[in-house]
Write a protein that binds this ligand. Structure first.
Ligand code: DGJ
Length: 691
């Protein structure tokens, strides 16, 4: 809800209020936190360098990190003064992925008269969170350089806060880092042209005492897949400013006279009930307003992917055996990963040549697809659309299509270059070559991979234009093939962000398929992203990433807390029985796992155990899973007790596996007693139904 009273603005969702106001022509921040009935300004500070501003500027007495910097021959100081406001019936279309739907939006217009620059701040209050973005328009006669232009700025006038962010590397995506916001500036960012493995475009500011169940938590998540920056700054008075948005890299963005640009959207979620509630609000908001409505309530296909077991040794015989072995196991789709095209015997060639390698598959994909159908499964195919190998027909034909600057040879990573997706003809070509394969073959699923960062990019504009090219290709594919399911991937989970989720309802969470590593990766990813967005596979042991051997049951238990799939040759009868059981168990309650409310009960980073429960919206069903890292020397089986969360207090639930019936309150207060195998990485899972 948007309430405007004189010079005050009050935005409300189900459980939050966000207030700001105009004073002496400047926009000042009033309050962000628990929902209040009326507008409030926490500190009606004097208009000095310590005022809580709604959007930080540089050069006129606010010395904290600004949200906008615009440079021209006249200087860099801006003075944006309030002009007017408008309530728009529809959120503006910003030309890139954004929250879906036609929501009432407050537009606040500001102008720097001397410089002729117009700034608009957009606020869309949704039930679970506030969506913010901004636009800048050059109304002067000269071009200007935009050095910084972020989507959101929130000044927290008082209080200590921790910042929680997700930091990692390939195979160890999104480790949780939590630290006190201290004096000075801290920036979490990516300059890789992709969201990156190293930092995610999510952070939360937490009351220092906040935990899963308790305390104030403010989450921020940028809907963008390229360079980004999230800054926190604590000033001399202990005030904290949070700035978040796309990072405009060195040299700035030249904005010509008359031109306008939008920032990507940022989703701001507030919870007074701890980190768990913050996550659930993100999940609900993304289910309602971000994920593709065609897939959001659909069970994800259970896939078996060829990568870890077949690698580049793709051939008809191997694939036939792979498919036959997957028959009758409850698997929906066989995904043929890398190695099917060009002359791709290893990673040093053929990217860009999306033509079947007839040496390996003499009867084309059609023979493979026929085999899948005969065995009751559909077919999916891997592409890496944004890339080109130096050794490829595409590169020989169009060497000028590679991202390149200063007439230097572009940097190679994994023996590949990046195509210049800012050029329409490049996107046209890639779309046409993918379309040909998709038109000629019955393909229901594509895995879109992206295996290197961007280098040799000319300037900030080009970085954005590249991303827009990627979104354009996504748009064309999803429009031309409305039933096509596209899994996102980037050397594992290197591009796990809301903008990719807008098109890809599920993203490969990590190349690390070790079940214990995965408990951590999935736990941290769920801080912001819903379980239905995480693609998890049971793979062979010893695990190729960690060398660890973990039971098939535990591997399945972990993979089921999201979108279950497989990545191994199912060759013996024992495994066949296990897979059949797992897929049957999963399918029975997949809707609960994918659309229910998630409660994290144990934190694998700190508790030596992973435990989660997902409760259906109507509280009639729940799925619980548990994995314990180390075995303890005890007599008999290890007994562990875990208190559940999220159940209806007065509802009677039966635990299917044990037959025990208790009220939700009892399950939550007394807990479930788990009898675990005496081994490391022992697991348990329980399915609850209201009786
Ligand atoms: C990286 C992905 O994360 C893997 O799953 C696999 O698709 C390889 N690329 C193939 O090259």
């Amino acid at each position: 809800m948007i309430t405007i009273d004189g010079n005050t603005y009050h935005l409300q969702g189900d459980a939050y209020s966000y207030c700001f106001y105009v004073k002496n022509g400047k926009l000042l921040h009033g309050y962000y936190g628990q929902r209040l009935e009326k507008f409030v300004a926490v500190c009606d500070a004097p208009m000095d360098d310590f005022a809580a501003y709604e959007y930080g500027e540089f050069g006129r007495g606010d010395f904290r990190s600004p949200s906008i910097v615009v440079r021209d021959n006249g200087g860099i100081a801006t003075d944006f003064q309030f002009v007017s406001h408008e309530i728009l019936a529809i959120k503006p279309r910003i030309g890139m992925p954004q929250l879906r739907g036609e929501h009432q939006t407050l537009a606040v217009y500001l102008r720097d008269e001397k410089r002729g620059i117009k700034l608009t701040l957009f606020y869309t209050p949704l039930s679970q969170g506030l969506c913010r973005s901004a636009a800048i328009e050059n109304e002067s006669a000269e071009s200007v350089f935009v050095d910084k232009f972020l989507s959101t700025c929130v000044d927290f006038p008082s209080g200590e806060y921790d910042i929680l962010h997700l930091s990692g590397r390939p195979n160890k995506e999104r480790d949780i880092v939590r630290e006190r916001v201290s004096e000075g500036i801290k920036t979490i960012s990516s300059t890789r042209g992709t969201t990156s493995h190293e930092h995610n475009c999510f952070c939360a500011l937490l009351q220092p005492e906040a935990n899963e169940e308790y305390g104030n938590a403010y989450g921020f998540n940028l809907i963008y897949s390229g360079n980004f920056a999230i800054e926190t700054e604590k000033d001399a008075l202990g005030q904290i400013r949070l700035n978040a948005g796309e990072q405009i890299l060195y040299g700035g963005w030249e904005l010509n006279a008359g031109e306008r640009i939008y920032t990507p959207e940022v989703v701001c979620v507030y919870s007074a009930k701890g980190i768990g509630e913050m996550s659930r609000q993100f999940h609900t908001l993304y289910r309602k307003h971000l994920l593709d409505p065609r897939f959001v309530d659909k069970i994800r296909p259970i896939v078996i992917n060829s990568w870890e077991s077949v690698v580049y040794d793709v051939c008809e015989e191997t694939m036939f055996r792979f498919i036959e072995n997957a028959k009758g196991l409850g698997i929906d789709t066989v995904v043929l990963d890398d190695g099917w095209f060009g002359k791709r015997d290893n990673d040093d060639c053929s990217l860009g040549d999306w033509v079947v390698d007839k040496r390996k598959l003499p009867n084309g994909l059609q023979a493979i697809i026929r085999k899948c159908k005969e065995n009751g499964m559909k077919f999916g195919l891997w592409f890496e659309p944004e890339m080109v190998s130096p050794d490829s027909d595409l590169n020989r034909l169009h060497p000028d299509w590679v991202l390149q600057s200063c007439h230097r040879e572009s940097v190679q990573f994994r023996n590949q270059w990046v195509l210049d997706f800012s050029k329409k003809e490049v996107v046209d070509y890639v779309f046409a070559s993918m379309k040909k394969v998709l038109d000629e073959n019955d393909i229901s699923y594509v895995k879109w991979d992206m295996n290197r960062p961007l280098t040799d990019v000319l300037n900030a504009k080009k970085y954005r234009a590249y991303m827009l090219g990627v979104y354009d290709l996504y748009e064309r594919l999803t429009t031309s093939f409305p039933n096509l399911f596209i899994e996102g991937c980037s050397s594992g989970g290197g591009r796990f962000d809301p903008a990719i989720l807008y098109y890809s309802p599920m993203i490969w969470t990590s190349d690390n398929t070790d079940a214990w590593s995965r408990t951590m990766i999935q736990h941290s990813t769920s801080l912001c992203y819903p379980l239905q967005s995480m693609s998890n596979h049971v793979s062979a042991c010893p695990n190729i990433q960690t060398g660890r051997t973990i039971s098939f049951a535990t591997r399945g238990t972990v993979a089921m807390m999201g979108c279950l799939g497989y990545e191994l040759h199912v060759e013996n009868e024992e495994e066949r029985v296990a897979v059949r059981m797992q897929t049957a168990t999963y399918q029975k309650d997949a809707d609960v796992i994918l659309t229910g409310d998630l409660y994290r009960l144990k934190n694998p980073f700190t508790d030596g155990a992973f435990a989660q429960i997902v409760v259906s919206e109507d509280k009639q069903k729940a799925v619980f899973c548990y994995v314990r890292k180390d075995s303890e020397p005890t007599r008999g089986k290890i007994v562990e007790r875990v208190c559940l969360r999220g159940l209806g207090e007065d509802v009677l639930y039966k635990a299917e596996e044990t037959g025990e019936i208790q009220t939700g309150k009892t399950w939550m207060c007394v807990g479930v007693q788990l009898r675990l195998e005496k081994s490391d990485y022992a697991c348990a899972s329980l399915h609850f139904s209201a009786v």
